[in-house]
Ligand binder design. Structure first.
Ligand code: CTP
Length: 392
């Protein structure tokens, strides 16, 4: 998304559009803000100008030249127009083809995708006129994001609240994404597993699940039907993703195998504990009673099992290594019958567990290695999918 036209109308949620503009800027987009005159009652154009580094336009005609065309040119090369918040008034005008201010005029002239974020009082949102107008906009090709439910600015509870700026940003990104995984059933595993010693103690590892969740989000944005089997992790479930929580490797094993039949692609990003305590106490073990050594028994190797029953599925594994990185990872790929393995060197700065970034190599069956630079995990997920899609 290189250029975004952000249309801001006169609702109390206009202040949230400031944060939305920042998300787009942070995502690398050029953001051109266009405000209705009413929106300027809530937020000053200067606020947007400062954040986006370009003037926020309100007036249709520039005083100096009276040149209307110049403003239509704002749409040039625009990838998307996002109207957030969209009031009932502006939605009505857009639906009926009014062009009485710069924003509504640009809407009529826009050939890029248009996303509308309704935001208003619940009764207004449910009024038949507003419903009809939103239906009309959908019929005209706009994408409408459902508002959140909750406490509204007017003090009542209900649907009509503008969603969080980060959700609108993700919705927009997803809407523009190429749907190269459309309707593909994909199983992703993420996070650590925990192997209990007693009800309050466990063996685990430092995985936070960030990579697996980023993959699930990226897949969903690209049209896949994603089931995410997650060990303990605190991330929000990406929109459209079905999440199943598990704790132990044994639980992950049984959930993954239950969903294997219908999966066309499996990406195993989870950091599964290889071992578990041979016994787990039912009650908290008291200090005085604790054994000084713990007997461990192996957990099932889930990916190894998937590899044995692979059929025509695509299997992608992860490997965390600290030495002989490529050699060890390629051995794992062959041993577990995978199509690709994504390997990270745990000793490199910025790579591995819990970091927001990662630096990986992707290895295929023939041993060909693709080295990727240090990337945010969100972005890395898309790079991995760009490689995987070639196998489908
Ligand atoms: N994996 C799995 N089940 C296990 C262990 C690992 O499914 N019990 C999967 C991981 O999800 C990952 C891949 O196997 O996709 C490689 O995991 P890794 O921990 O790097 O390797 P291991 O097979 O456990 O081998 P080792 O610990 O000896 O390096």
């Amino acid at each position: 998304m290189k250029k975004v036209i952000l249309g801001v109308t006169g609702g109390i949620a206009a202040y949230k559009a400031v944060e939305l503009a920042r998300h787009f800027v942070r995502g690398g987009a050029e953001v051109q803000v266009v405000m209705t005159p009413a929106a300027t009652e809530f937020v000053a154009p200067l606020t947007f100008q400062t954040l986006t580094n370009r003037p926020a336009y309100v007036e249709m005609y520039t005083e100096r030249t009276g040149d209307k065309i110049r403003h239509i040119e704002l749409l040039e090369d625009a990838d998307v127009m996002v109207v957030a918040p969209a009031t009932a008034n502006t939605i009505g005008k857009m639906a009926c083809g009014f062009a009485d201010n710069l924003l509504t005029t640009l809407y009529l002239a826009a050939s890029c995708p248009v996303i509308v974020i309704p935001s208003m009082n619940v009764n207004m949102y449910q009024h038949p006129s507003v419903c009809e107008n939103l239906e009309k906009l959908i019929g005209h090709g706009c994408l409408v994001m459902d508002p959140d439910a909750g406490e509204l600015a007017c003090g009542v509870y209900g649907s009509g609240r503008m969603p969080e700026p980060s959700d609108i940003y993700n919705f927009t990104r997803a809407a523009l994404m190429v749907k190269d995984y459309q309707d593909l059933n994909v199983l992703v595993t993420a996070g650590p597993t925990r192997e209990p010693l007693d009800p309050v103690r466990f063996l685990s590892n430092p995985s936070t699940g960030l990579m697996g969740y980023a993959l699930a989000r990226a897949l969903s944005e690209r049209g896949a039907k994603v089931t995410l089997v997650s060990g303990p992790a605190v991330h929000r479930v990406p929109a459209g993703v079905k999440k199943i929580d598990v704790t132990t490797a044994d639980e992950m094993y049984s959930v993954v195998l239950d969903h294997y039949e219908e999966s066309r692609l499996v990406i195993k990003a989870a950091a599964v504990s290889d071992f578990k305590p041979s016994t787990s106490a039912q009650h908290k073990t008291k200090k005085g009673d604790a054994a000084h050594s713990i007997k461990l028994v192996p957990n099932p190797d889930i990916l190894l099992e998937l590899g044995k029953q692979k059929g025509n599925r695509i299997l992608v594994g992860f490997a965390a290594e600290t030495e002989n990185i490529i050699g060890n990872a390629h051995d794992k790929l062959l041993q577990k019958n995978l199509d690709l393995i994504v390997v990270n060197n745990l000793k490199e700065p910025g790579a591995g567990f819990a970091a927001p970034t990662n630096r990986v190599s992707i290895i295929d069956r023939s041993g060909t290695v693709e080295e990727l630079p240090l990337l945010e995990k969100e972005l890395l997920a898309h790079h991995i999918l760009d490689r995987v899609v070639k196998l489908l």
